[in-house]
Ligand binder design. Structure first.
Ligand code: ADP
Ligand code: NI
Length: 225
């Protein structure tokens, strides 16, 4: 009896995830700012790996990871645009209580500036936030930062523009600095802002790689190497 019930639940979850994946693929198609479906897929896989280590609920984690960027402010700056998250939630027909848990995770994931705390209230939000942040550092993080900068016509670097510590989400959103400054304004700060031990371990090598890259970039800029 319980086994039959478990199997039915598993089957439903598999259907919800497949439908969500399909909708997210369509939503993110054509992105050239480092937020294509492969970013979503890497975050999903990393989040599930962290969920295993931390005992987070897999279904909530997987759905939230898949949906975490469909309404992101960087990709959809118009605050009056209809929510793609809500459209997908209706389309895939998940129960209201599950949708509420997924929404709560997504609301807590995004970085909002160096001086703005982004606390998480559940272990599911903790692992999805960590997985998203791990994808912003290391070799892939470097590639994504310059892809994002290019998509916004930002300079690689300008020695006359100082990095800033954004004390509010509004000032972080408005900033038009260079991509190299983004390393100081966000990427190099992420290691210290991870929630889980498993993510902190993975971040070590990725953070060192970022530091090495910035040092080498500046040395080449000065013609020292
Ligand atoms: P978050 O919501 O925490 O910002 P996302 O996955 O939506 O996470 O986006 C993070 C990615 O966007 C990072 O890889 C980062 O490099 C890129 N990004 C955001 N702002 C900038 C910027 N000002 N310059 C360069 N890259 C940026
Ligand atoms: Ni993301």
């Amino acid at each position: 009896m319980t086994q039959a019930r478990d199997e039915a639940a598993d089957e439903r979850a598999t259907r919800w995830i497949a439908a969500t994946e399909d909708a997210v693929r369509r939503a993110m198609a054509g992105d050239a700012s480092g937020h294509d479906f492969w970013h979503i897929d890497r975050v999903r896989r990393m989040a599930l790996r962290l969920a295993e280590a931390e005992g987070a609920e897999r279904l909530v984690v997987e759905l939230a990871a898949l949906l975490h960027d469909v309404d992101d402010w960087k990709l959809r700056p118009d605050p009056d645009a209809p929510s793609r998250l809500e459209a997908i939630v209706l389309e895939i027909e998940i129960p209201a209580a599950l949708a509420a848990r997924v929404r709560q995770v997504i609301d807590e994931v995004s970085f909002r500036g160096a001086g703005v705390a982004t606390p998480v209230s559940t272990i599911e939000a903790a692992v999805v936030q960590d997985a998203d942040r791990l994808d912003a550092i290391g070799a892939i993080g470097i590639a994504r930062a310059f892809a994002f900068g290019g998509s916004r016509r930002r300079a690689l670097y300008d020695p006359n523009v100082e990095p800033r510590v954004h004390g509010s989400f509004a000032s972080y959103q408005k900033d038009e600095g260079t991509t190299l400054n983004h390393f100081y304004e966000k990427l190099l700060l992420l290691r210290a802002r991870l929630n889980t031990r498993a993510a902190r371990t993975i971040a070590e090598g990725r953070h060192a790689y970022l530091e090495g890259f910035v040092a080498r970039f500046l040395a080449e800029w000065e013609g020292e190497r």
